[in-house]
Design a protein around this ligand. Structure first.
Ligand SMILES: [Cu+2]
Length: 816
């Protein structure tokens, strides 16, 4: 055995021990201790996979036997074996705690947590290595490897870090991404250098007849870099062979340059260390060569950011995260009974996205008000269930904090504990953190409904163009007919993208749409229709009406009966024909609000309608209107309101998953490509010669969304007053309820007027940059009150459907 030349005596104890003997005892005990710890951990790993368990048992046996063998035969070669084997174990440990479990088994690529027991085991192994190094004589070769090893891990680590930052948009700083990533690779690097040096030396002697000079140094650099590259790629638990090969290639290239530079300056490890001054021509040339090599390898990555259009450059504003979010929404997925119309059609298993602060108001839509707001869980707010429309201005970064509060459900005999998420189309996001799916090797970015685990935050960068983009839960979005998945029960919404710098107000109240301090958690209004309608005010441009119309096909509106419609509203013809009007034929007048009330009309705070007792329009007795000085209404319907020629954008989308439909709007037109030629010039005047095709019908399929920017505004060029229907142009769908109304009012509606059946008309605030029409007068009470008839019968023919300078004539009711 290689003893220390100077024996240390433990004089006081009377025991004579050399340092070498002490080192052997320590190393033997540490090896047995590490073996015991591996044995202790073996059952846990055996339960994960037999291979992991077998590895721990083998390691435990080897370390235990090695400890005993070392005590019995303390030879130099046995000590060397211990140094190498334990270096390998430490390298493996570093890999499992950083880049993930390498090679095999069900946890490949998973980074394990650091624990007390494994830290103790790895400390024992490091102590054992330190104790054995002097005995093995490895300190000389190890010392010669430290500088090239450190240069190798730092050089290869730097280039890999920069490449990853460039290709994956990873934004770890230099310290986390490079230094902390490189240091755990040091044991692997030392092992590779130790193993390859004797081989390179023998090969050099054989090939060149000499082991000194540039050629042996180059051979050593290549052999060491190659060994390290292979080991590094394998230990990195690569996702694919291609990725492994690419990483190995990068490491091989960088390491060989770095190691050759080190060898050029210091000589190969087996050569006598050469001293050098930095200004010595050879040292200077080596340093310059190293710098040039690194520049060639890393340069394209570093400078690529400046000279090529990166993903970030293509989406203005850069990275979207907590630090850069322009807006934050607090969204929940909850169960709500969704009413479709006044005839009792209802989905008892509805699922909706809702702002947290509106949750109770939406769930309680049907519940009578409490005597005091403080006694009511929704503080007497009552909002109609509608698809959630979030808004952002172009290019903004939106934070969406999502909570899954769906109930456990019994579906098809199975109890489901539903996961849920939000996956948005049309926006850009990091698929590892904000996808809302569970796909491939990406993180699962859906959440269960278990309290404590049911929250996740998504970040979306909205595009630099106006429009609207659907989102939905990507976990159980579709299913069989009877359970139909979350999408068919309403779990979808959209994000509308508005012009830069826009402010958004509620068209009924004139207040900003959303409320909440810092984080938007509710709408400002406390009754009626949340989310879908907005007035948008962009600086330097005309204000416009925005109506989001999210269509759905094959709603289950009654068991075994389907409907189609917009924004959770559907108005099937069968219901209306079931109640024939006294003086009209069924189908002929079935679309009339005059005889049947507005489409998809529902009543808030008044219990649930049934087929036997549908809600009667006009009975304003639910208590909401008294709270707002007579201005509120109990009723919410699928009617969008505007004044003649108000700039109006209907953003419509197919949120259903079954079929392609046709969006058709009467009496109005829009450009197929609104970007081709703006409908309005810089002064806000309408243009006469749009450059794009003009449409009044547009096919839209699942997931698609369009904006109908109405030419000349609501009511088109003549300012058509009254109801313009929009509907699916496939007749069976239309008859199954797929229609709504755009209502253009010819008098100022201040929230005090009524339709002929007695239903209050909600206030329609004039757009701030347009003159409001005059209020109702005896001469013109306004649409539809100027239609001469009494309600609950077939309507009479109104006046000519355009604004005329002459006052409308009132006609007496005629008889048929
Ligand atoms: Cu259709």
């Amino acid at each position: 055995m290689a003893a220390q030349p100077a024996p240390a005596r433990l004089a006081d104890s009377g025991i004579n021990l050399t340092m070498a003997e002490l080192a052997v005892y320590a190393a033997g005990l540490l090896s047995v201790a590490a073996g015991v710890m591996h044995l202790w951990a073996a059952p846990e790993h055996l339960s994960e996979w037999w291979g992991y368990g077998a590895f721990f048992l083998a390691a435990a046996a080897a370390q235990g036997l090695y400890g005993l063998a070392l005590l019995r035969w303390p030879t130099r070669s046995l000590a060397l074996l211990g140094v190498y084997a334990n270096l390998a174990l430490v390298a493996l440990y570093a890999a499992t705690r950083t880049s993930g479990v390498p090679f095999f088994g069900p946890h490949v690529g998973d980074a394990e947590a650091v624990g007390a027991l494994d830290l103790a085991a790895v400390s024992a192994e490091l102590g054992l290595i330190l104790a054995l190094i002097p005995l093995s004589g490895a300190h000389r070769s190890l010392a010669s490897c430290l500088v090239p090893g450190a240069a190798q891990v730092l050089g290869a680590g730097l280039v890999l870090h920069l490449l990853r930052a460039g290709t994956h948009g990873s934004h770890d700083g230099l310290s986390e991404g490079w230094l902390l990533g490189a240091i755990p690779a040091l044991p692997l690097s030392l092992l590779a250098l130790l193993a390859s040096a004797p081989l390179a030396r023998s090969a050099s002697s054989y090939l060149f007849g000499d082991d000194r000079g540039p050629s042996p140094r180059l051979l050593w650099a290549l052999a060491s870099a190659g060994t390290y590259a292979v080991a590094h790629a394998a230990a990195g638990a690569p996702a694919s062979l291609v990725e492994a090969g690419r990483d190995a290639g990068v490491v091989l290239g960088v390491s060989s340059v770095v190691l050759f530079a080190v060898a050029a300056l210091r000589g190969a490890p087996w050569e006598e260390r050469r001293s050098f001054g930095l200004w010595h021509p050879r040292a200077f040339a080596g340093a310059a060569g190293l710098a040039a090599g690194l520049a060639v390898l890393a340069g394209p990555t570093i400078f690529g950011h400046d000279f090529s259009p990166s993903a970030e450059a293509q989406q203005a504003g850069g990275e979207c995260n907590a630090g850069s979010a322009n807006r934050s929404y607090d969204v929940a997925a909850v169960n709500v009974e969704i009413p479709f119309n006044r005839w009792g059609d209802l989905d008892p298993d509805g699922q909706v996205y809702v702002l947290q602060g509106d949750k109770e108001a939406v769930k309680n839509w049907h519940k009578p008000l409490a005597a005091e707001a403080s006694q009511d869980s929704a503080e007497n707010r009552r909002l109609r269930p509608r698809p959630l429309i979030l808004r952002a201005n172009v290019g903004e970064c939106v934070e969406v904090q999502f909570t899954n509060e769906l109930n456990d459900r019994q579906w098809g005999g199975r109890l489901t504990n539903p996961r849920a998420s939000i996956q948005a189309r049309g926006v850009s996001y990091n698929a590892q953190t904000s996808d809302g799916g569970a796909v491939g090797f990406n993180e699962d970015t859906s959440v269960p409904n278990t309290p404590g685990q049911n929250k996740i935050t998504y970040y979306w960068r909205v595009p630099n163009e106006e429009g609207m983009h659907l989102f939905r839960s990507q976990t159980m979005s579709s299913g069989e007919e009877e359970d139909a998945g979350s999408n068919a029960h309403g779990l979808y919404g959209a994000i509308a993208v508005e012009p830069a710098g826009s402010a958004w107000t509620d068209p009924e109240t004139g207040k900003p749409i959303y409320a909440g301090q810092g984080r938007v958690d509710r709408v400002t209004k406390d009754h009626g229709d949340p989310y879908v309608d907005a007035d948008i005010h962009a600086p330097g441009a005309p204000s416009f009406r925005e109506s989001a119309q999210l269509a759905q096909d094959y709603n289950e509106v009654q068991p075994g009966m389907v409907g189609h419609g917009f924004n959770y509203g559907t108005e099937p013809q069968r219901n209306r024909e079931h109640h024939p009007l006294p003086d009209g034929l069924g189908e002929e007048v079935s679309l009339s609000s005059w005889g049947y009330g507005d489409p998809a009309l529902i009543k808030l705070a008044s219990g649930k309608a049934t087929a036997e007792s549908p809600w009667e329009p006009g009975k304003e007795d639910c208590g909401l209107q008294t709270r707002l000085e007579g201005k509120g209404s109990c009723y919410v319907s699928n009617v969008t309101h505007a004044y003649p020629n108000d700039p109006t954008k209907i953003r419509y989308a197919m949120a259903g998953v079954a079929e392609t439909h046709v969006f058709h709007l009467h009496a109005n037109q829009w450009l197929a490509n609104p970007k081709d030629t703006a409908a309005f010039d810089a002064s806000g005047n309408t243009r006469k010669d749009p450059g794009s095709a003009t449409l009044d019908s547009q096919t839209f399929g699942p997931g698609e969304s369009f904006t109908a920017d109405l030419l000349y505004g609501a009511g088109s060029q003549p300012g058509t007053v009254g109801d313009s229907i929009f509907h699916c142009h496939l007749y069976p769908h239309f008859a199954e309820g797929f229609w709504s109304l755009l209502r253009v009012h010819d008098v100022r509606e201040d929230g005090t007027t009524k339709t002929p059946d007695g239903t209050k008309v909600r206030e329609v605030k004039p757009l701030p940059d347009r003159n409001a029409p005059a209020g109702p007068s005896a001469e013109n009470p306004g649409f539809p009150r100027f239609v001469p008839a009494s309600t609950a019968g077939a309507p009479r023919r109104p006046r000519a459907a355009s604004r005329s300078p002459t006052p409308p004539t009132r006609r007496r009711r005629s008889t048929r």
